[in-house]
Design a protein around this ligand. Structure first.
Ligand code: PMP
Length: 386
């Protein structure tokens, strides 16, 4: 990838050197089982407690509210299945999500629906904003859990967490927020959010893959997904201590520079968007009028399918991605863009550029130049004759 400009930070990020160093140190010096009562075990236990405090501090949670998991997919499963298990057999068993959730969560919801759990999806508008009027009709007293993402991974459009917390709580339901794309990109406080449950993942902000957390509001009687004694009986299995140490390091690094990163990244993203909209006829920016993550720009270029566009961009030295999933049966349109009212053709055309704290002005200018040279020959600058 050397020489390429990496604009796919919403997919994953490279672990920071400080993160790698803490992981190696944990493996070398705290390799014992943190549940063991002997001295090496107690040293590992202290490292785990220290990492838990650092993660909690960054996310505005209490240390006791942090349950370490293998990432956000597991945390999402834990929240949904744990909430429904607690209310099984009672009248409160409906699940409400948004129509733009992460594919892993949507697949789980589909499985539950097939098993007979009532599941509803809240609509979004053409900008990707959640339809709160629709939410008000769906969130009633039979709802167990409302589960929404804090920000969409494809478009960066933010969802109204505080308003949903109020609505869910007014009907006795819990709110779970998949904050995977918020953490490390915007200021985030579990305590202030009003959410009862929140998923995060370390690899989206310079931490390692395969580790994350579910934040569980103090006292919430969540049924564990994986039984066992660890994590105060909330998630069994020997803790991934190297991963957790790396997660804590990533939290601290992000916390130190977040405020400055937000402003700088937003400026660079606007520079990229303006350049693309001005320079490429037919370029369309998704969620332009919505509140969005500072680092994410999702566009289509006329109705050019994303797949060949991305291949051209990569050859030109720019790495981006698409929300459309490739499968053996061909490219599937993005469910997010379909939910925003796009046609199947348009929903196969979305290209996402996601910046990171290491993205520079020179990167953006070079990317703009490369993208224009790669795509201009494909786009007809002349409007079609009537
Ligand atoms: N939720 C969202 C919104 C995501 O963007 C992702 C990662 N693409 C996930 C969940 C899954 O996270 P993980 O890779 O930690 O399982």
């Amino acid at each position: 990838m050397s020489g390429s400009i990496y604009l796919d930070h919403n997919a994953t990020t490279q672990a920071a050197p400080e993160v790698v160093a803490e992981m190696v140190a944990a493996m070398q010096r705290a390799w014992a089982n943190p549940s063991s009562t002997h001295a090496p075990g107690q040293a590992a236990k202290r490292l785990l407690a220290d990492a838990r405090s650092r993660v909690a501090n960054f996310l505005g949670a209490q240390a006791s509210e942090v349950v370490f998991t293998s990432g956000a997919t597991e945390a999402n499963h834990m929240a949904v299945l744990g909430a429904l298990a607690g209310s099984r057999g009672r009248l409160r068993r409906r699940l409400v999500l948004s129509s733009v959730e992460h594919p892993g969560l949507l697949a789980l919801a589909q499985r539950l629906a097939d098993e007979g759990v009532p599941v509803d999806r809240i609509r979004v508008d053409t900008q990707g904003r959640l339809d709160m009027d629709h939410a008000r009709t769906l969130i009633r007293d039979d709802v167990s859990l409302v589960s929404v993402m804090g920000a969409n991974n494809e478009t960066g459009v933010c969802l109204p967490v505080a308003a949903l917390a109020e609505l869910a709580h007014a009907h006795g339901a819990w709110l779970h927020v998949d904050a995977t794309q918020l953490a490390g990109k915007v200021a985030l406080s579990f305590a202030a959010s009003g959410a009862d449950l929140m998923s995060v993942s370390a690899h989206k902000f310079a931490g390692p893959k395969g580790v994350g957390a579910l934040l569980v509001r103090k006292g919430l009687p969540l049924v564990p997904l994986i039984a066992g004694r660890q994590e105060r009986h909330r998630r069994g299995g020997t803790e991934n201590l190297p991963g957790i140490a790396g997660f804590a390091a990533a939290c601290e690094l992000a916390g130190a520079t977040l405020a400055a990163d937000i402003e700088r990244t937003r400026g660079l993203r606007e520079r990229l968007e303006q350049g693309l909209l001005r320079g490429l006829p037919g370029a369309h920016l998704y969620g332009a009028q919505a509140e969005r993550l500072p680092n994410t720009a999702c566009l289509r270029f006329g109705e050019l399918a994303a797949e060949p566009v991305l291949a051209r961009l990569e050859r030109a030295g720019v790495i981006a991605s698409s929300g459309a999933a490739c499968s053996a049966g061909g490219t599937q349109p993005s469910h997010v863009l379909l939910a925003m009212g796009e046609s199947a053709e348009q929903a196969r055309s979305g290209v996402r550029f996601s910046l990171g704290p290491d993205t520079t002005t020179a990167d953006i200018d070079a990317a703009l130049d490369a993208i224009q040279r790669a795509l201009l020959p494909l786009l007809d600058p002349q409007p079609l004759a009537a």
